[in-house]
Design a protein around this ligand. Structure first.
Ligand code: OAD
Length: 250
């Protein structure tokens, strides 16, 4: 089948009253200049995830972990949404049943104006207390660079941590609840993720079992549980789908 007919197959399922759910990973932000984790220039090629993205590493050396997060915040602060983010934002405005689940902590989907975003792995722009407050409440701090590392909790003055999900940590139950509702959809698109990190990697299979048409968009397709794989970049393929959807809704 040609790319064009695959795209037509996807667009034929579009309806403003439909329910589309999209799961994104770091590949959607590549065209914005944000590094992936496991690709050619991936972050985990140079540093060990266990040394920087675990509670254990933070407990041992919060300053080193924060230096890495502060570096990533500087990189992300320069990034702007690309055509992939913009297309998804447009769909979220046109379809009230649309949900975006993102593993990305960069905030670029929100910057593009996407409605109904579920941040599966949290936000690099939010902090939460590591000490006596117990991490119940998070707050936004967009200062780049952060003036003091490690930053401090606004309430108790203890050490603060990035409000992101680290390896070995659970996804918050309210996030899982919103995701469960979004899996009951017409179309489930997996975009720009290597589909190796669970539980996010299991969502497409769950949506498929619930009856969704499941699709992957990735230059190197990786998801095994989808019905249609499109080998292409997010910024190109989502833009092409958007151009086909746009005349239908105007
Ligand atoms: P990965 O680095 O594992 O995978 C990035 C994927 O993006 C790969 O499959 C690439 O083929 C694909 N890709 C590259 N360029 C692309 C483009 N222009 N358009 C579309 N796709 C492209 O990143 P994630 O799957 O996001 O978790 O990683 C999942 C989680 O692992 C992250 O959320 C993070 C990380 O450790 C935590 O920090 C908890």
């Amino acid at each position: 089948m040609s790319l064009e007919s695959d795209l037509d197959r996807i667009v034929s399922r579009w309806s403003p009253r439909g329910r589309w759910t999209v799961l994104t990973g770091s590949g959607v932000s590549v065209a914005s200049g944000v590094a992936t984790f496991r690709g050619k220039d991936g972050l985990w090629n140079n540093v060990r995830a266990e040394d920087l993205a675990t509670a254990e590493a933070f407990g041992k050396d919060p300053r080193t972990v924060w230096e890495w997060y502060d570096w990533r915040r500087r990189q992300i602060a320069r990034a702007r949404p690309n055509r992939a983010h913009e297309a998804l934002a447009a769909w979220s405005r046109r379809q009230p049943g649309f949900t975006l689940i993102t593993q990305n902590v960069d905030g670029l989907h929100e910057d593009a104006g996407t409605a109904n975003v579920i941040r599966f792995h949290g936000s690099i722009w939010e902090l939460t207390c590591w000490e006596s407050c117990g991490g119940g409440r998070s707050w936004e701090d967009r200062r780049v660079p952060l003036p003091d590392l490690p930053p401090r909790c606004r309430d108790c003055g203890g050490v603060a941590r990035p409000a992101v999900v680290w390896f070995g940590e659970s996804i918050p139950s309210d996030v899982l609840g919103r995701c469960a509702a979004a899996l009951d959809c017409d179309v489930f698109l997996v975009v720009g993720t290597s589909s190796v990190v669970y539980p996010a990697a299991g969502l497409a299979g769950q949506a498929r079992r619930l009856g969704a048409f499941t699709i992957e968009i990735n230059p190197e397709p990786a998801a095994t549980q989808v019905e249609l794989s499109i080998a292409g970049t997010a910024e190109d393929v989502l833009d092409r789908i958007d151009q086909k959807i746009a005349p239908e809704v105007s």
